[in-house]
Every structure is written in C-alpha cells, then in structure tokens.
Write a protein that binds this ligand. Structure first.
Ligand code: 4AD
Ligand code: MG
Length: 469
C-alpha cells in the first residue's frame, strides 16, 4: 500500500508513524559529503511533494541521480524543523525502512528538468508536462470544476444526458465542422499495397456526418420530455483560429431548462459560475495559492470579488452605446448590428464593469437560427457572459418555440429546413418555452486559474495543425 501525500500533509496525527510514499522525484539534493539526500517526492495529490531524507545505507542510494525518477519510500514521519512544510519523512534505518528506485530517468535526455520551461516548450512535450507543478495544479482544478458542475446541476434536479459526438446536424449553423470519414479495414490492406496511397471514403458509411459543434439540439430533445437537463462533453469547431481563447476541440457544459425565460437563464448561468468559483476556493485552496503566486498576482481576491456582487446586465444596444460614448479609439467602431469583437468585449468587462457582465438581446443577424425573436423582430433573446481578460465564457438564449417563427429564422439564415426536420418536430408536438446556455469549460478553467493561454488548461490541446499526442 501507499499513503497519499495530501493525506499525510493534512493529518498531523500521522507524525511518529511509518508510512509508504510512492511518486516521482521533483528534486534530489545530495548532502553531507554524500551521506544523505533530500528528495522531494510528488505523487500528484498536491502542489508540493513531501521532503524525504534518505540515508546512504540503502543500496539504491548510489543510483540517485536526479529529477524524474520514480521511487518508493517507507520511513518515519517527523515534524519538520524548518522548511515550508510541517512534516518530512526520514528513511534512515534499512532494518525498518525502505528506499527503492522503481524507474530510472536518463538525466541527459529527460526534457522536464527542474528549471523553468516556456509554455511553448511544454506544449511540445504535452505527454511529459504532466510532471510540472503548473499542469498538475490545472489537472486538479479541472477535476474539481467538473465535479462541481455535476453537483450544481444535480442539486437543482437536472438530469445529465450523453449527447452524441457524431451527427449530421450543424447546431450553430456556422459551417465550422469537421467531417467524419470511414476507412474500411479492407481498404487499409489495399492502402499498404499501393505505396501508402490513402483512400479515405468521404462519408460515414454512405451518409455525411460531422463531429458535433454543440450538444444543444440533442439535449433539447430530452428537455422537451424530462424538463431540466444538461450535457457535458467534447465539442469541435473547424474555425481556423490561432488565438489564446480558441481550440479545435473543447469541452462544453450545456444546460437546457423547460419553461425558462431569459431571466431564469441568466440566474442559472450566474449561480453556476459562482458555485464553481466557490467550490474551487473551498476545495482547491493550495492550488489557488500556487496560481496566485506564480500565474496571476491577486487571483484569490479577484475570485472573491466576483462572488460578492451580482453580475452587471446590459443590453447589446447599451453595449454599443458605451463603446461610442467612452471616447476611446477602437480598431473597429461597431455600428448597431455589428459583432462585438474581443477588444470591445474586454473593454466593457475590464474597464467599464470591472467584472463579469451579461450582455443580452443581440441583433438577430448575429446569432444562431434557434434563438427566440423579440417583438421588435430585430433582436433575439440571447445572452452572453463576458469576463475580464477572457471575453465570452458563456453563450445562451431562449429558444424559438413557435414553429412558424423558427421556420422564418431558418430561411433568414439560409439554412436547409429539411435537415432540421427532427428539431422542428419538438415545435409540432407539445412545444414548450425553454432556454439554455453553453459554458466553454476551458474558459472557466482560465478564469479560475488565471492561466492566459487556453492551450495550457486542457490536457492535450488541439488547434489547427496540432493533434500529435
Ligand atoms: O457561443 P457558442 O458557440 O454557443 C453554443 O454552442 C450554444 N449551442 C450553446 C448553448 O446555448 N447550448 O459556444 C458556447 C461557449 C462560448 O461562450 C465559449 O465559452 C465556448 O463555448 N467556445 C469555445 N471555447 C474554446 N474554443 C472555441 N473554439 C470555442 N468556441 C466556443
Ligand atoms: Mg457565442
């Protein structure tokens, strides 16, 4: 067996006992003319590992080269005389204790040595960057936020629905889809004979299909019978974006609520975001302190500020007005009906509101076909949540529940009505008003950690041309 380092560090009554710790050496310092060594052993349960003091009486001591090796240590927990941690481990006496190197690590070749690496270098070594404090802390936060998501929605009576990844429909109607193609086994054999010429058949067993860009349309099917539902899974966008906020593959949380109006949608989105922030503060404080120290100074205060006040709410029309009246020169001055770009979005969140802001009632020309048209026939009941430094983290709307108006929108957007036949059926058979939204999970992780590049908050980032690991 083994005892996890986080458990040891939070249970002071273990002092005086013999425990076994297994993990990877983050640092190795040989001291006292080679008579003993300080080995920091990290098992991924906390930012800091545990300091292990190993005596040279153990045979494996002579192979103790440096970082990256995996070790198994059995020894006595004692109070730490100085140092950052309250306890350390003494591996001194071969008759009672143990020290074993399980996996050696070639110091001349191991890419993740102790010194600081650039994020670019670590992305190129995404399979080994898991050994860094930064990626470890992000992994724990991601896990906590995913868990918090399920807690939040289940505590409100939402049902988790698994929506498909392969689909023929384009939810956002933006045409930014990856096509699925099949390679048949028999063809693979052919391919090998024909000098490596690859013959990909261009479809999904005779029909076109794509990787989903959103689970919303499918989750609406469940909403129209089970009332409050949500989906949480990978989504794909074939936009050729090379920004710090876009991925080709990202995870999205999409709740859908029957009988809900715009106000209910905003309330749910705000409560959900706040629940996630509070959950991270309550359950991942050591990791947040790490981000506060090394990634964004003042992070924890910023999170607490977000929790303190209600989110500001302004209409799209007010947002455009603010941009025109503020006196600041933007690269593009948006006219009513133009999209707000990230410069505008960030200005409003960072400098005007200084916190999260919900922008609602966007022009219908800008938004997806399924959004409910307002009585003015010019705007839709959309809502985006913008936050400082990141911009849009949530996009949602009330859905058009009137078949006739939905058909008008499908036509207005130049989409093919027939391909949405099943989606139109919900409006024919017991239609109900409903609303929902999508939260980009990686953008939430950025918000909670202060990490500025989205490629660093997902284990294996995919962006144009990058899908190696
Ligand atoms: O605003 P979007 O496109 O909305 C939808 O997909 C709706 N079907 C959601 C719904 O109402 N159920 O995307 C939702 C969120 C954005 O606010 C953003 O946080 C994130 O998904 N997002 C991306 N995150 C990373 N990389 C990308 N390329 C993203 N595109 C959108
Ligand atoms: Mg959006």
């Amino acid at each position: 067996g083994r005892t996890r380092v986080d458990y040891i560090l939070s249970n002071s009554d273990l002092v005086g006992q013999i425990v076994t710790v297994k993990g990877w050496a983050r640092t190795v310092r040989i001291q006292g003319n080679g008579s003993f060594a300080f080995v920091e052993v990290n098992d991924g349960s906390t930012v800091k590992g545990i300091q292990v003091i190993v005596n040279n009486a153990f045979p494996d001591f002579s192979n103790l080269k440096g970082t990256g090796i995996s070790v198994s240590c059995k020894g006595l927990l004692v109070e730490s005389p100085g140092g950052e941690q309250s306890v350390e481990m003494q591996v001194q006496d071969p008759s009672q204790h143990e020290f074993k190197i399980i996996g050696d690590c070639d110091q001349t070749a191991f890419p993740i040595s102790k010194k600081n690496h650039t994020p670019e270098f670590l992305r190129e070594n995404a399979h080994l960057r898991t050994r860094t404090n930064l990626i470890g802390a992000i992994a724990r936060i991601r896990n906590a936020l995913a868990f918090a998501t399920h807690m939040f929605f289940n505590s409100r009576g939402f049902l988790y629905v698994h929506t498909p990844l392969i689909t023929a429909s384009d939810c956002e109607g933006a045409g930014e889809l990856f096509q699925v193609s099949t390679i048949l086994k028999s063809k693979v054999a052919d391919i090998k004979q024909k000098d490596g010429m690859v013959d990909y058949s261009q479809d999904f067993f005779g029909k076109p299909a794509f990787l989903t860009c959103s689970g919303q349309l499918n989750v609406e099917a469940y909403c129209s019978a089970l009332s409050d539902v949500y989906t949480f899974g990978p989504t794909f966008r074939a936009e050729n974006s090379h920004t710090t906020r876009h991925l080709s593959e990202f995870w999205m949380i999409e709740p859908e609520m029957a009988w809900a109006q715009l106000e209910d949608n905003m309330e749910c989105a705000e409560s959900y975001l706040k629940f996630c922030l509070q959950y991270a503060i309550d359950n991942c404080y050591a990791d947040l302190e790490f981000f506060d120290k090394f990634v964004e100074k003042g992070l924890i205060d910023r999170l607490r500020n977000v929790l303190e006040k209600p989110f500001a709410r302004i209409s799209y029309t007010e947002a455009v007005d603010i941009i025109h009246k503020c006196g600041k020169q933007f690269k593009i001055m948006p006219q009513w009906g133009d999209d707000l770009n990230s410069e505008h979005e960030r200005y409003i969140a960072e400098e005007v509101i200084k916190g999260p802001v919900i922008v609602f009632n966007y022009p219908k020309v800008l938004k997806a076909f399924y959004m409910k048209v307002n009585d003015d026939d010019a705007t839709v009941q959309a809502m985006d949540i913008l936050v400082p430094k990141i911009g849009e983290v949530i996009g949602g709307s009330v859905r058009e529940d009137r078949l006739e108006r939905l058909d008008q929108m499908i036509q207005f957007k130049n989409l093919d009505k027939e391909s949405y036949w099943w989606y139109r059926d919900f409006r024919k058979y017991g239609s109900v008003p409903h609303a929902g939204f999508g939260l980009g999970f990686e953008r939430l992780v950025m918000m909670v950690t202060g990490v500025e590049n989205i490629r660093d908050v997902i284990p294996f980032p995919r962006w144009p041309g990058h899908a190696e690991f």
